[in-house]
Structures are given as C-alpha cells and as structure tokens.
Design a protein around this ligand. Structure first.
Ligand code: TTP
Length: 672
C-alpha cells in the first residue's frame, strides 16, 4: 500500500523542543557555581580522562568537542570543569537526567499533544492551541509581544542592514494579510516562547525549539539556532530550506538509503530529489520509500505527534573495549545480572508509577572471535517474551546470550564452559525491554499479582518458557520464542580506545590479558533498520513476523501457565493498529525492477545478503542509546538525529554569541 499523502497537514503547528547541552545543565543545576563556565560531563574511565558526553556552549567556544577525551578537552580549554556522570552498578547512572527530562515534559505537555522523543527532546502538536489563539486573540491584536518571541528566527525573512531584527519579527508575527498557515505558525511562536520561559522558570533549564507545520521540519529547525533560541519555518521557506539541506542530514537518510541516493542518483541535497518523479523514485526504491522520498523533497510529512510522555522502551548496557573485553561465560553472566537488575528496577517503577508492562526482552551484544580476524561482525541480537522479576530477567537474558553466542560462533565452537576463557570476546552487552503497553483500568488485582511477581525472586518453578521452547542445542532462542526473531545491528564503531591497554578490572578478570584490537562491532538498538529495506528482505521480514504472530498466539496459553511473559497480550490486542513506522513505509510491495542493475537494484543486491530484520527498531526509545558508552552513542546518533549535527543550511548551530533573553538570563556567556 502506498503511503497516503497528507492533504491538510500544512495547517498544523508542530514544535520540536530540544534541551541545550542537557547533561551539563543538569549537573550545573546541582552545582550552580558552574553556570556560565566551560563545563563538560564525562563518562570516566582511565583512558585519557574518559569520554565527553555533553559539552557546555562556553566550552564549545574554546574548541571543546564531544568527540574529545577528557585530557584533550583540558588541553583545548585548561579551565574546563569536567563533571563525572553518576555511576551505579559499575556503569553510568542516567536516572538524574531521565528525571530532569520528565520535569521538562510535564511542563511542555500542558499546551498540546506531547511526544517524548528522547531523554531531552519533545515534539508538541500545538495546532489546537494555535487555532484557539488565532480565533480569540490573534497576534496582531496583542498590545505586548514578549521579547522571547521577538527573538525568534524566521527562516527566509530578509533583514536589511540597519533593520531591527526584533521589529521585523514583530511585523511577521502580526501580519494581517498572511495566509492562515503562517498565522497559525505565528501563534506557535508565541506559545512556544511562553513554554520555554516556563521551563526555564520551573526547572532552570534552557531549551531550543523549532516550529513548523510538521515534525520533520520542526526538528530540522530546532537545531539551527542554539542555545536557548527558537526558529520558525514559514510555509514559503520550506523549499529554500530543503534546497540546500545535505541529504545525509535528513533523519532516516543518514544511512544506506542516503548513500545510495548520493552515489547512485547523484543527489546531494534534499532539494535535488525534486528532479525525480514519484514514479521514478518508486521504481528505484519501491512504492512506499519512493513516495516517502517524493514527499520529503517537498517538505511533506504526515507523521503524527504521538501522545506519549513515557519512554517506548527501557534499556541498560555497557561496553568492554580493548582489554576489558569479557572472556568467560561467568563474567558475562555477572555483567548481565547487573544490567538486568537495573532493567528490572526500571520496569518495576514503570509498572508501579505508570501502570505499564513491557512484553519483550532483547539482548544485544558485540563480540569477536579470537581465531577469526574477520569476525568483527554482528553478534545476533535475540528476543524473547519478558517475564517480570529480576531473577527471571537475568535467567532469560543469559539464555538469550548463550543462544546468540552459539549462533555467532557456529563452526568455531563456543568453548563456553564455566570460568575457562572462550575463544570469543564480548565487547558490549545490553538488555532492553520493549513493546510497552498500558494496563487497562480495572485490573488492579492483576497489578498486585505482577507487583508480587516483580518483587519476588525467581525460583526453579518459574521455568523459562523460552528455554523450554528452545532446546539449546537445536536453535536459537529467538527462533521459537519470539515473534521478533533477531535484532541485529549493523553498527560498525570505530572505537577509538580499542587497542589501548587500560589498567583496572571491572569484573576481576580484565588484567589477565590485554588484547589488542583494531576494530569493534557493536550491536545495539538503533534506527538503522529503517534504512531502506530491500524488497526481498522485507518479504522475509514480514513473513517472519507473521509466523511469529502465529507462533505467539499458540504460545500465549503456555505463557500464562509458566510465568508472566507478554502479559500485555492478555489485556490488550498486542498488535494494535499504529500509524506506519518508517520501517513499515519501507516494507514495500513493489516488484523489483528487473531491467538490469539500476542504482537501487545494485543497492538491493548488496542488501539481500544481509540478515533479515523483523524487529521494529523504532520501538526502541532513543534513551536506550543513552545507556551505551559515548563513543558508540555518537555513531548511532548520527543516524538517529542527523539533523542535530551541524545543520549548516541556514542555521547557526554554534551561535553561542547571539543573544536571546532566556540565554542571557540564564547563562550569561563570559568573554574569553
Ligand atoms: P544531545 O541533545 O545530542 O546534545 P546536548 O543536549 O548535549 O547538546 P545540544 O545543545 O547540542 O543539543 O544529547 C542530549 C544528551 O544526551 C547529552 O547532554 C548527553 C547525552 N548524550 C550522550 O550521552 N552521548 C551522545 O553521544 C550524545 C549525542 C548525547
């Protein structure tokens, strides 16, 4: 089915709000004496002073970048304050950042439908609020327009030499003869400025925002003028914006689809796509992807703001670079136990506070084989129904790991006995819980039951349904335990600290041997899967999912008897209808173009050799990625949020010198 083209979406008012150097602001709130000073948050380890994960704008002005290590940051900016990220269970503890993000969400959600997109990003649908304002008190009737609104950036607005920019903005906001769409955006400017001021007042955090008629454009705009500023995309400026926007900066085009467009079609900017007809793009990339490309070239995106204030998934992960790589099953189990403990705590509090249940447990890992220099490839990710209770989650995760390891090692054998070193090394582990659904009201007794399950430890009685269904020797856990089959990341990470000999041991085994690596592959949740999916792969994927669904239906009765997996199925139709995800858009039914190896055909051929994905990666919240070490996060985020990286079109990402009332009120920039 082709993607429906949204007809009336241009009369909407959507905002994307993004906190500025978020972790730094959280730490500065804890230590107010750091405000206005060059500061960075660092995930500490012994190697070169640890990895920077957030950098204040003052430090950016001194040349400090997130890609630096602590020592490099000190060299660039000797007066920088490096604050260590809190640590719990031997890994970064992001709870204070999550909670701070929730504070912001609770304020922003007051004016319209609000979607928490990541730990520090929110989409708002302000259409209704803007329509009411336009009906009751249109901007041109206002006696006073707040300074914060007047400091907005209006894309495409020409400001002549000598003109007062704020007066130009006032004129734009108050235009009587503007078309309705821009009048609504003008109302959006006022509403968002108010919300940002409220956020500052209540939380002491500054944020930046983009305002446009759809999510895609709003997100592009929010990164253009930071920190503490807002940017609006008038309807008439959309083409200008897209004309010069590098194709890879567009969300979802940072990966292989973007590369194919560049190499095979010579498309460098989003605007370049305009030269291709919808039919041609469909012929090359399939119906849905073709239509989607045709739409984005015109700034059309029908993606709705989801009313979701809570994360889509929970995750906990850790990497073990270089000599820290895990070598024995017992060390893997120890770490998995810690990660699962954290995951379980978060699931319990989600259940307690939000009455939500997750139903899928997924294990991701990255690994290499000692005997195979070319083995820096994917370690298969595995999923199974999630059973509540720390010990059950630990047990299931370890079983998923072992199934994945068997698959990974294949003919090389696993040598996974006890404390003996295997012929493999694990360089990253993470567990995540997804498919989270609300428990309908009126099931409080069931709630209590789960609460008890969650609090109690797992006994032998709670035999793992997954394991029963998956004899270890025959096939992997995901093959029969989950409709999701496997998740496999294609993240190739050039971890800079690989090959460096670090001292210290996380689990008491690390100093035994310092392996020197040159490369590390990491499996982790990412939106990478939404790179265009070749049709053959999509078909596989779809059929895998359908088979899984049938399997799942069969399994439900067993699951209820054996434990508490997939309980959400019991309450709610598991496969509720949701708007098509990017992956679904790309689950294309077009026939492959059989006439010779066209651009996309070549591209598809390459893809065909890859493993099937049937997991919907967009069910994984970006905050899961926050759990991963910074080097890996960086890589992944370039796919997830490419627009946040140095959008150069008309924006000014590092516009630290420009003023905004919030910026100057909160964090006066010091002259250096
Ligand atoms: P971002 O929103 O990407 O960046 P930021 O808020 O630090 O700065 P900006 O003003 O440019 O938006 O990330 C939000 C937080 O997520 C960030 O403060 C720290 C964390 N994070 C990581 O831990 N690792 C990463 O690689 C990235 C990109 C972010």
């Amino acid at each position: 089915m082709p993607v429906a083209r949204p007809e009336s979406s241009d009369a909407r008012v959507i905002a994307h709000v993004d906190m500025d150097c978020f972790y730094v602001q959280v730490e500065q709130r804890k230590q107010p004496e750091l405000r206005g000073l060059p500061t960075a948050v660092v995930q500490y380890n012994e190697w070169k002073g640890g990895a920077l994960i957030a950098v204040s704008y003052e430090a950016r002005r001194c040349g400090v970048k997130r890609s630096m290590r602590g020592d490099e940051a000190r060299a660039a900016c000797p007066e920088i304050h490096l604050v260590q990220v809190p640590v719990a269970r031997g890994k970064a503890d992001l709870n204070s950042y999550r909670n701070a993000g929730s504070e912001v969400v609770s304020i922003l959600s007051q004016k319209g439908k609000c979607e928490r997109a990541s730990i520090d990003e929110v989409y708002l649908d302000l259409t209704e609020a803007a329509e009411s304002m336009l009906a009751d008190k249109p901007p041109e009737t206002l006696e006073v327009i707040e300074d914060e609104a007047l400091r907005s950036h209006v894309l495409g607005m020409s400001i002549k030499d000598g003109d007062d920019a704020t007066e130009c903005v006032r004129d734009w906001i108050c235009r009587r003869n503007a078309d309705r769409r821009d009048k609504l955006l003008a109302c959006g400017i006022l509403i968002v400025a108010d919300l940002r001021k409220q956020v500052l007042k209540d939380t002491e955090f500054t944020c930046s925002a983009g305002i446009a008629h759809n999510k895609m454009l709003a997100k592009l705009a929010s990164g253009m003028n930071k920190p503490a500023q807002q940017t609006v995309v008038p309807y008439s400026s959309v083409q200008e914006l897209l004309h010069s926007l590098p194709i890879k900066k567009m969300k979802q085009l940072g990966g292989k689809l973007g590369t194919s467009l560049q190499i095979d079609l010579g498309v460098n900017t989003v605007g370049d796509l305009l030269q291709f007809s919808e039919g041609k793009l469909q012929e090359l990339y399939g119906m849905n992807t073709g239509t989607w490309l045709w739409n984005i070239a015109r700034g059309i995106s029908g993606e709705e703001v989801q009313g979701r204030l809570l994360p889509k998934s929970h995750g906990s992960g850790k990497t073990f670079p270089g000599p820290r790589a895990l070598k024995t099953l017992s060390s893997v189990q120890q770490w998995l136990n810690r990660l699962c403990e954290e995951l379980s705590e978060r699931l319990s509090s989600d259940l307690e506070q939000n009455k939500r249940l997750a139903s899928t447990l997924t294990l991701h890992a990255s690994a290499y084989r000692l005997s195979d220099s070319d083995s820096h490839k994917k370690f298969p990710s595995k999923s199974c129904p999630l059973r509540y209770g720390t010990a059950k989650i630990q047990e299931d995760a370890f079983n998923l790991f072992q199934a994945a390891l068997r698959e990974f090692m294949g003919p090389y054998g696993t040598k996974t006995q006890g404390k003996n070193q295997g012929s493999w090394r694990i360089t990253g582990l993470s567990v995540s819980a997804s498919k989270i659904t609300d428990i309908p009201t009126g099931v409080s007794s069931i709630m209590k039951y789960f609460h008890n399950q969650s609090a109690s430890s797992c006994s032998k009685l709670s035999t793992d349904s997954c394991i029963q269904e998956c004899p270890a020797s025959s096939f992997s856990a995901s093959e029969s335990c989950s409709e999701q089959r496997s998740i496999e990341s294609e993240t190739a990470v050039s971890a800079k600290n690989i090959g460096v000999r670090c001292k210290g041991s996380d689990v008491g085994e690390l100093e035994e041997q310092a392996d020197t690596l040159t490369k590390e592959d990491v499996s982790c949740p990412s939106n990478k899967a939404i790179d265009v999916l070749p049709q053959s792969r999509n078909k596989l994927s779809t059929s895998g999912t359908q088979m899984g669904r049938m399997e799942r239906k069969r399994n439900n009765s067993k699951e209820m008897t054996w434990g508490t997996p997939s309980i959400a199925d019991i309450f709610k139709n598991y496969y509720t209808t949701t708007p098509p995800s990017m992956q679904e858009i790309q689950e294309d039914s077009t026939r492959a173009n059989s006439s010779g190896p066209t651009a996309s055909q070549r591209y598809r051929d390459e893809e065909r050799t890859e493993t099937t994905w049937s997991y919907k990666m967009d069910e994984i919240d970006e905050s899961v990625i926050d759990e991963l070490p910074p080097e890996i996060q960086r890589e992944i985020r370039t796919w997830l949020r490419p627009s946040k990286r140095a959008v150069t079109v008309t924006g000014n990402k590092s516009n630290v010198g420009s003023t905004s009332s919030i910026a100057s009120y909160f964090s006066p920039l010091r002259d250096r």
